[in-house]
Structures are given as structure tokens and as C-alpha cells.
Design a protein around this ligand. Structure first.
Ligand SMILES: *[C@@H]1O[C@H](CO)[C@@H](O)[C@H](O)[C@H]1NC(C)=O
Ligand SMILES: *[C@@H]1O[C@H](CO)[C@@H](O)[C@H](O)[C@H]1NC(C)=O
Ligand SMILES: *[C@@H]1O[C@H](CO)[C@@H](O)[C@H](O)[C@H]1NC(C)=O
Ligand SMILES: *[C@@H]1O[C@H](CO)[C@@H](O)[C@H](O)[C@H]1NC(C)=O
Ligand SMILES: *[C@@H]1O[C@H](CO)[C@@H](O)[C@H](O)[C@H]1NC(C)=O
Ligand SMILES: *[C@@H]1O[C@H](CO)[C@@H](O)[C@H](O)[C@H]1NC(C)=O
Ligand SMILES: *[C@@H]1O[C@H](CO)[C@@H](O)[C@H](O)[C@H]1NC(C)=O
Ligand SMILES: *[C@@H]1O[C@H](CO)[C@@H](O)[C@H](O)[C@H]1NC(C)=O
Length: 455
């Protein structure tokens, strides 16, 4: 009798112990999610004197961090955000399709260069991207479209303070921020990533039938980037009123990129060169990942090669003709079990039938740089934005006499065997049927006329 009692007490203790561990894991998981946003959102003055010294005085305003009212009231940031009002603001903004500064710089033309910038929460980098854009030649003829998946007044204020060209904001409407407890965010009844298939079936969690190629269930934060990329491209080419007859290039940037002052000059040069010598070069690319830069050798060199996701995803540009081809094979993007937008595009590229793979014409001396290389997975402590930005500034200063080449010389390469390998299985993370459906749904929305609000 006492032995039995002892055993059952032990069992209870073990169960309680397991429960505690489980709760801890869940807490850790959710707080790391929070940390990520919180950490990235921290808008401290990280700009060192050296970096500031190389930024013209009149652009310092974009780096100006308004100190938080620490003494007064900090509950505003820490406390829960009012989702209802954020959703309403997003809907209203998307309906209005406001183009700021159109009165100063004139309307969007058919051949206006559209620069699409995908923004999450890394405002420090965004500030520096804006400073680099401000210094680019011909920037006043472009339209900057900032596409946000996180609604934040500080970011909005920064974007709306841009006065050197036309600016538009679009807001991804299916974000985790605005869907905290439901798909495409995390539904409490979704299967946890590591649930085994049989266990999931038994528990009847939402997506039990749809693990990915590796047997894992979806993680909302990893699917969001691909959704956002796809939504943004659809929004720009298919839905906005101002692009109805647009045939010019759309250049894709991200919040932690940084441009050289001649990037628009290079884009035009690549387009002209491609039109004359490589009409099958559908994608133009201004960035490459290099360890060392040799502008004195490479500033006027371009390369023609099969487009590859991991090498040519930074500062790429294409026009509506190319988009039409992507649209024609959209299921290769949406139904492919890979949460990376670039690998999904590579899969599409490899499955276009007779047209063949995308060819890219790229700058061997890059004009777009990745300054946020500390990435999401690193801690702030070993990651100092100023250090990387300072390096890029110095590099461009040294290269300045090699910028604005009047012509370029192209070499044709066929890419290594590794890069021509046919993708078979995807990287996973995109097995959930709801993700595939949401992606497909995004292409079904048609052109939307601007709504005017009178307040
Ligand atoms: C940021 O800090 C630097 C020195 O680290 C200072 O010179 C600069 O004025 C500060 N900038 C702003 C906008 O607060
Ligand atoms: C900071 O908060 C205090 C008290 O709420 C307020 O009086 C003050 O105007 C605030 N300062 C700024 C710069 O917002
Ligand atoms: C901060 O603001 C909240 C609501 O606006 C208020 O309830 C709270 O008392 C304020 N706290 C401080 C320290 O002023
Ligand atoms: C959120 O804001 C709306 C209007 O802006 C208001 O009606 C609603 O009560 C607010 N909800 C919360 C939880 O504060
Ligand atoms: C823009 O393209 C449309 C349709 O192709 C055409 O009707 C219009 O004249 C063009 N506008 C300009 C300014 O070129
Ligand atoms: C759009 O891109 C295609 C493919 O690169 C090119 O052939 C075409 O000339 C471009 N259209 C315009 C209007 O520039
Ligand atoms: C970042 O590095 C610069 C020098 O490269 C230094 O001046 C600055 O204080 C550092 N900032 C932080 C936040 O560590
Ligand atoms: C996609 O659209 C269909 C039809 O409007 C709708 O029933 C379905 O719920 C949508 N799916 C997702 C995941 O948004």
C-alpha cells in the first residue's frame, strides 16, 4: 500500500516536472520571438562620429533618433498594441494609395524606376539606406515604395519625412502583428513545429495533415518573409492604380541594404546593354556577395549568367514582361515547399519549360550592399551597425573615381555545376496548405482604384 502511494506521488512529481519544463520551453520560445522584434525595434543612436562625418549635414535628420520619453511614460511601447486600430490604419492607407511629394516631383510615368523596399523592424539600417538613397544621382525621378509587415509610427514618421523623391507606403495586410492568434500568425490550435505526424493526427491540431518535406509544421515567422515578398510584387505590378500602364523596371531592395550613388546610372546602363546584346537577360542585378572589392578592376564589368537565388537576390530588377512570365508559373512559387522567396523563384526559373532559366546581367563591382549582415540570429552585442556602414562608406569613397562608367563590358559564364543543379526537394517550411493557398490568393486580386478620404 505505501509503496503504491509512493509510486503515484512520484508519477505526479514527474508529470509536474515535465509540465514545468514544457512551460519553460514555450515561454522561451515565445519570449525569443518577442525579443527579436523588441531588439530590432530598439531605436538607439548607434551612429558613430566616423560614420556621421561622412554623411552630408542636411541628411543627418534621417539619422536623428528622437529620444524616448523615459522619464514620462514608457507603457506605450511595452504595453499591448491595439490591433483593431492598426488594422484600420493599414486598410485605410492601402486604400488611399497616397504618393507623397508627387506635387513636387511630378506623377509616376510609364518608365519611372520603382524602388520597392521590404521593411520589417530594423529602423537603424533603414535610416542608413535612406541616407544612401538620398545621395544617389537621379533619385528624384524614382518612386520609392516602402512595403511594411510591421506597423510602427516611428518607422512611418521616418518614411514620410523623405523629401528627395516620391514616396509611397504599402502595408502587408496578413502580418503576424495584425494576426497574433490566428493564421497567418500563430493559431493556438496549430501543430507545434516538432510534433510527430501520428501525434498531430491524434491531437487533431489544425494542420496535422500538412507537415513540410522534413516532417515539420509551419512556423509563422519564417513564412512571413516569402508571403510579404510575393504580396508586395503582386501589389506593385497588379494592383496599384499608379502602375496601370507602367513598363519600367522595379528594383527590389530590403531595409538593410545600402546603395552606391551611381546605382541608377548602372541600372540604366545594364538595361541598355541588355537590350542591345542580351535580350534574354530578364533580370538585372546590382548587388553581389563578395569578400573583397576591386573597383579599379571591376567597376565597369558585368557578367551574364543563369540567375541563382543565393547569389543574385540583392538589388535585382525586372519589368512587367518578366512579371507576366512569373505569373504564368505562379504555382511553381506558391506550391513549392520552401519558405525562401528566392529559392522558390529559382524553382520557378527551372520550371518554365521551353523559355528556360532566368538569365541575369549583374555588376561585378556591386552597387547594392548588405549592411545588416549581423542578421536576426546574432545578438546586438557582437553586432555594430556603424562598423559595417563605416566600411561601405570608406569603400565607396575609395572607389569614387571608378563610379559612373560610360560603358560596360560583359562576360558570359554558365555558372558552376552547383548552381545549375536542379532543385528537387525544397528547404521546407512551406508544407502547410494554408500558406500555399494564401500565396495563390494574393495573385487573384485585381487592380484597385485609389480611394479618397475626406476627414
Ligand atoms: C549620435 O551619436 C553621435 C556620437 O556617437 C553624435 O555625434 C550624434 O550627434 C548623435 N546623433 C543623434 C542624431 O543623436
Ligand atoms: C515626456 O513626458 C512628460 C510627462 O508625461 C511630458 O510632460 C513631456 O512633454 C514628454 N516629453 C516629450 C518630449 O514628449
Ligand atoms: C502612463 O500612461 C498610462 C495610460 O496612458 C497611465 O495609466 C499611467 O499612469 C502613466 N504612467 C506614468 C508613469 O505616467
Ligand atoms: C482600440 O481602438 C479602438 C478605436 O481606435 C477602440 O474602439 C477600442 O476600444 C480599442 N481597443 C482596446 C483594447 O483598447
Ligand atoms: C503609357 O502607356 C500607356 C499604355 O501603353 C499609353 O497609352 C500612354 O500614352 C503612355 N504614357 C506615356 C506618358 O508615355
Ligand atoms: C522588359 O524586360 C524585357 C526582358 O528583359 C525586355 O526585353 C524589354 O525590353 C523590357 N521592356 C521595357 C519596356 O523596357
Ligand atoms: C560601434 O563602433 C564604433 C566604432 O566602430 C564605436 O564608436 C561605437 O561606440 C560602437 N557603438 C556601439 C553601440 O557599440
Ligand atoms: C483563399 O481564398 C478563398 C476564396 O476566397 C478562401 O475561401 C480561402 O479561405 C482563402 N485562403 C486563405 C488561406 O486565405
Amino acid at each position: 500500500m505505501p509503496r503504491l502511494k509512493y509510486a503515484s506521488i512520484l508519477r505526479v512529481l514527474v508529470l509536474v516536472g515535465l509540465l514545468c519544463i514544457w512551460i519553460q520551453i514555450m515561454l522561451a520560445a515565445s519570449s525569443s520571438g518577442l525579443d527579436r522584434d523588441g531588439e530590432d525595434m530598439m531605436n538607439i543612436n548607434e551612429t558613430s562620429e566616423q560614420v556621421l562625418a561622412l554623411v552630408p549635414q542636411e541628411l543627418h535628420k534621417y539619422l536623428l533618433v528622437h529620444p524616448k520619453n523615459v522619464t514620462g511614460n514608457s507603457t506605450e511601447r511595452a504595453g499591448p498594441k491595439n490591433i483593431t486600430s492598426i488594422r484600420r490604419a493599414i486598410e485605410r492607407s492601402n486604400d488611399a494609395q497616397t504618393i507623397y511629394n508627387e506635387d513636387i516631383f511630378g506623377p509616376v510615368q510609364n518608365d519611372t524606376v520603382i524602388i520597392a523596399i521590404q521593411v520589417h523592424t530594423r529602423i537603424t539600417y533603414l535610416r542608413h539606406l535612406i541616407v544612401s538613397l538620398a545621395q544617389a544621382k537621379d533619385i528624384e525621378r524614382t518612386l520609392l515604395i516602402f512595403s511594411h509587415d510591421y506597423y510602427d509610427e516611428e518607422v512611418n514618421d521616418l518614411v514620410r519625412s523623405i523629401d528627395f523623391t516620391k514616396v509611397m507606403q504599402i502595408f502587408y495586410p496578413y502580418s503576424i502583428q495584425t494576426h497574433p492568434n490566428e493564421f497567418p500568425g500563430v493559431d493556438p490550435n496549430d501543430c507545434p513545429r516538432n510534433f510527430k505526424y501520428n501525434k498531430a493526427l491524434k491531437q487533431k491540431c489544425n494542420n496535422a495533415l500538412h507537415p513540410d518535406v522534413h516532417g515539420h509544421y509551419r512556423e509563422a515567422k519564417y513564412t512571413q518573409t516569402k508571403h510579404h515578398w510575393w504580396w508586395k510584387a503582386n501589389r506593385i505590378f497588379n494592383q496599384l492604380q499608379c502602375t496601370t500602364t507602367h513598363t519600367g523596371p522595379v528594383l527590389f531592395l530590403e531595409e538593410d541594404h545600402y546603395v552606391a550613388e551611381d546605382f541608377l546610372h548602372m541600372l540604366a546602363l545594364l538595361r541598355n546593354t541588355a537590350d542591345k546584346t542580351c535580350p534574354q537577360c530578364e533580370i538585372l542585378c546590382l548587388g553581389t556577395y563578395l569578400k573583397t572589392y576591386q573597383y579599379h578592376l571591376n567597376s565597369d564589368k558585368v557578367e551574364i549568367t543563369p540567375w541563382h537565388s543565393s547569389m543574385h537576390n540583392m538589388g535585382m530588377a525586372f519589368n512587367r514582361t518578366v512579371w507576366a512570365s512569373i505569373m504564368a508559373h505562379q504555382d511553381q512559387f506558391c506550391a513549392y515547399d520552401d519558405y525562401n522567396w528566392d529559392y522558390s523563384l529559382l524553382h520557378l526559373s527551372q520550371n518554365r519549360g521551353a523559355v528556360g532559366k532566368f538569365k541575369v546581367m549583374l555588376c561585378k563591382g556591386p552597387r547594392v550592399f548588405h549592411i545588416g549582415e549581423c542578421g536576426i540570429h546574432h545578438k546586438k552585442s557582437n553586432c555594430n551597425a556603424s562598423t559595417v556602414i563605416g566600411k561601405v562608406q570608406k569603400l565607396l569613397q575609395t572607389a569614387s573615381s571608378h563610379l559612373y562608367p560610360s560603358r560596360v563590358t560583359a562576360t558570359v559564364t554558365f555558372g558552376g555545376a552547383k548552381h545549375n543543379k536542379k532543385l528537387l526537394k525544397g528547404n521546407g517550411g512551406w508544407g502547410d496548405i494554408r500558406d500555399q493557398e494564401l500565396c495563390a490568393n494574393m495573385t487573384r486580386e485585381g487592380r484597385q482604384m485609389k480611394k479618397y478620404f475626406f476627414t
